[in-house]
Design a protein around this ligand. Structure first.
Ligand SMILES: NC(=O)c1ccc[n+]([C@@H]2O[C@H](COP(=O)([O-])OP(=O)(O)OC[C@H]3O[C@@H](n4cnc5c(N)ncnc54)[C@H](O)[C@@H]3O)[C@@H](O)[C@H]2O)c1
Ligand SMILES: O=C(O)[C@H](O)COP(=O)(O)O
Length: 528
């Protein structure tokens, strides 16, 4: 078996490591405990890498990683991943954007409360100095204070909601959201940064980029209230660190709660010498709950991308992601999975891939086509294909790429259909997304069906005569294969189609036995 190598470069929860270790077609390498210069040696064999903020995915790393197809940043911030460098090399970069949200939100509240009640002083006096002087430490309440939230995304908006629970007066600044995202939650919204600078407490939750580095510096702090409290659980350098130190020393800033530093690890940072800070060593994501979830998602996403099935939360899409509405994103993943499935059961030389997007989805058919090509070519080409090079490889192989769209989609809000033409005929598959993210295959070669595109499956076309289900069950049972779901669709002309979801892989012997059944017309095995 040709195994893909997944290298884990940083510490992730054992739940994800177990998944990698127990996946047959994956060669798993644990490299979290080795020196980063030695990592460059190991990374050369990686097809996929999993990293956290402790591994810089920079020029050196990428130059060493000559086999790399995909990288999973096991967390939110990807400011230490050279996204352009990945794109240039055809490497798909992904993050895990929401699994540590609550952990970071709660650490922010912890710093806020700790700053207001002067925990570092109170803690040190009693624990280290063994002095009981309650009169020394009068803190302040969150109740009634004005909180400025910069960045109203996954973390920022939840911090705002929790602050409302403390009956704070919360105002949000985020020029990239509609004001209603805040006001619908009962939170004030401003586009005037000075409104934030006038708050009692300010907390920042933006990504780190050219626009946000030093967003709060000497000039901004000058405009703040004397005795302001600043919290940073996002990224070091969003508040200028020199300005922080100077203004904490002068008392202009009463207290700061800091989880992140411009350069990490930060064990001799001047902020650590000040009494009026609460500090943690980039622990925002460090809850057992969040690390388990991130690790499991990272491992599953790494396996899917190693197999070329899907690239969840890809950061360097060949399309301008800001122009892709959120309802389209699950269709991108569904299209790639369905194409992968269809190509597995087509089993002959592919001549054309047609994608038909119906409903509002029609406007995005070109992007869907790219992902259909990735799905198909990952089965048929034997090459390392991703969305950066998929259409190029398809054209080189003489495969026609066709797109169609229409606004009407027969009862579904949106629908995508893939048609593959091979030397032996034509196969089609259609799918839709229910709600925000429930992906479903709804049609196979004209047979109405309802299956999740996931797992191991046998697709059987058979004569619609009595006893077929029992015979299929017997054969699978005799081989110790458990059926997890059996979906049947009756077509015209006495033909039926069954999609049988199974727990174990079906060998060629099993397929041959199914083919020998009198009712059997065509049998295929596929895995997503
Ligand atoms: N300390 C930790 O361990 C930890 C854990 C998780 C996330 N983070 C960091 O927290 C930050 C926020 O994460 P998130 O999951 O909420 O991200 P998110 O993408 O959901 O939200 C970021 C928000 O910032 C806004 N924004 C961007 N530029 C802005 C600007 N110039 N001014 C105001 N708003 C701006 C965006 O519109 C978006 O709403 C990121 O930097 C992330 O890396 C840190
Ligand atoms: O952006 C993030 O997800 C956090 O900063 C966590 O980073 P970490 O995975 O290195 O803890």
């Amino acid at each position: 078996m040709n195994k893909n190598t997944i290298v884990v470069c940083d510490h992730i929860h054992e739940a994800g490591l177990n998944i990698l270790q127990n996946t047959e077609d994956i060669n798993y390498v644990y490299a979290a405990d080795i020196d980063k210069t030695k990592l460059l040696d190991i990374i050369k064999d990686a097809d996929v890498a999993i990293t956290r903020s402790s591994t810089d995915v920079d020029e050196k790393f990428l130059n060493a990683a000559t086999n790399l197809k995909a990288i999973i940043r096991a967390g939110v911030g990807y400011d230490n991943v050279d996204i352009d460098g990945c794109s240039k090399r055809g490497i798909i970069a992904m993050n895990v954007p929401t699994a540590n949200t609550i952990a970071a939100v709660e650490l922010t509240m912890a710093h806020m409360l700790s700053c207001m009640r002067k925990f570092p002083y109170a803690h040190n006096q009693l624990k280290n100095d063994r002095v009981w002087k309650r009169e020394d430490w009068y803190g302040n309440e969150l109740y009634g204070k004005k909180l400025g939230v910069i960045g109203f995304g996954n973390i920022g908006h939840r911090v705002a909601l929790r602050a409302k629970g403390f009956e704070m007066d919360v105002i949000a600044y985020d020029p990239y959201i509609p004001s209603t995202k805040a006001t619908d939650l009962g939170i004030k919204y401003t586009t005037n940064f000075d409104d934030i600078l006038a708050c009692d407490i300010i907390t920042i939750h933006t990504p780190k980029n050219k626009e946000t580095i030093d967003m709060i510096s000497f000039d901004e702090i000058k405009k703040m209230k004397d005795g302001v409290v600043l919290i940073n659980c996002a990224r070091g350098g969003l508040y200028n660190e020199e300005a922080l130190v100077e203004n904490l020393k002068s008392g202009k800033i009463a207290m700061a709660g800091i989880d992140v530093f411009k350069k990490e690890p930060a064990t001799s940072h001047p902020l650590l010498d000040l009494p009026n800070v609460t500090v943690t060593a980039h622990l925002g994501a460090n809850t057992k709950e969040s690390q388990r979830e991130i690790s499991v998602q990272s491992a599953n996403n790494a396996i899917e991308s190693a197999r070329g099935i899907a690239y969840p939360n890809a950061l360097n899409l060949p399309i301008d992601e800001s122009k892709i509405p959120s309802f389209v994103k699950p269709y991108i993943e569904l299209t790639q999975k369905m194409a992968f499935l269809l190509a597995q059961i087509s089993k002959s030389e592919i001549r054309a891939i047609e994608v038909n997007a119906e409903g509002e989805l029609g406007d995005f058919v070109d992007s869907l086509q790219t992902f259909a090509s990735v799905g198909v070519l990952n089965v048929s080409s034997g090459l390392s294909v991703n969305y950066v090079n998929a259409n190029f490889i398809a054209k080189e192989k003489g495969i026609d790429l066709v797109t169609k769209s229409s606004s009407n989609c027969n009862g579904y809000k949106n629908k995508v259909t893939i048609k593959i033409t091979t030397s032996k005929g034509v196969k089609t598959i259609s799918g839709t997304v229910f709600g925000d993210e429930v992906q479903r295959v709804i049609d196979f070669d004209g047979f109405a069906i309802d299956i999740e595109p996931k797992g191991k499956m046998i697709i059987m076309r058979n004569k619609d005569i009595p006893g077929v289900i029992g015979k299929v069950g017997n054969i699978l049972g005799n081989h110790g294969i458990n059926i997890s779901d059996f979906r049947l669709s009756r077509g015209k002309d006495g033909i039926a189609l069954a999609v049988i979801l199974i727990d174990e892989k079906a060998s060629s012997k099993v397929i041959a036995e199914l083919e020998s059944l009198e009712a059997s017309i065509a049998i295929a095995y596929a895995e997503i």
